[in-house]
Structure formats: structure tokens, C-alpha cells
Design a binder for this molecule. Sequence first.
Ligand SMILES: [Zn+2]
Length: 191
Amino acid sequence: MDEFVFVSGRLCLDLAGTKLWRRSLRTELLGSPSDVRRWVGQAELLDDPGAMDTRGLERVRRLREAIYTLVGSWPPGDGAGAELGEALAEVNDAARLPLPRHQLDESGRLTRTGGVDEVLGAVARDAVDLLSSAQFAKTKECANPDCTRLFVDLSRSGARRWCGMAECGNKHKAASYRKRKKQEAVLETGA
Ligand SMILES: [Zn+2]
């Protein structure tokens, strides 16, 4: 069973990353209600997301696409289009939903309860907070042009370029290593 990845530094961007390679292969990781259940569990949003149906799946995907649209065209300029307006309304609507209920039991353990509404509420609240915060200036898209994964660069140098997945930074590093070796070989032969 596939594991989801959480490399974005923000919940809302990790959700956006459940659709991969957006400009080419457009790979959908939330293909069924049970995928959403797994994502919610791995994101540690709720202890048990309960029953999930296709309507819930649809709502999560719609919020995800609205977040991706907003991040890509934020901050809105003067001529903000209809698409941005719709995405903003979608995210704001979801941000009014309740958040997961966090409670402590007598053994000191945290319990997190809720359903689809609470999942949408938590993700949208995170998106609203990010878009209105100074951290948004550090939001980047992975430097692999095919990847399209978003992340917040919290590195001290502010020089993070890759989402961190093996197919991105490592592949690039391997390619530039081979290129360097080749150049060295050429230089040696030439000498
Ligand atoms: Zn990447």
C-alpha cells in the first residue's frame, strides 16, 4: 500500500501534492474514498476519519485544486480572474467549517475526532493562514519542472530547490555528477 509523502512543510501544500506531475502525467493519488481515509490518517488529522464516500472524495479534491490555484496566483492582482475568485470562495467556505476536536484522555493521550467537514476545515484553515503569512514568500515549486510539488523553504539559507523526493533532487544531482565526471575525463584526455 502506497505511503503518502509529507515534505511540503504545510498541510495544505501536502494535500496539493496528492496530484503529481500536474503539467504532464497528471497522476491522481486520491483515486478513491479509501485513499482519502489513508491520507487523513497519515497526515495525523483524525484518529479515525470514519466513513468516506465519493462525495467526500469530491469535496477534498475540489478544495485541493482551489488551494493549488490560489498558491499559483497569489497575491491577487488588479485583474484577478474568475478562476481565482472561485478558488478563493472555495477555500474561504471550507475555512468556516469546524476543526478536528482535540481532547486528552485520562492517560494523557491525544484523541482527534471529526469527519470530512473537519478535514476540509483544517486544510483550508492552514491554507488561509499560509496565504496571509510572511511564510508565503518562502513557498516554492520544486525545481524539477515536471514535478509541480509545492513546499515552504524553511532552510536557513533559503536555497532549497527540491521537494526532496528521490525522483527530483537525487536524479538532478546524479545527472550533474555524471556531467562533471565527463567534463573531467575530457579535460584529462585533452591534457
Ligand atoms: Zn520534486
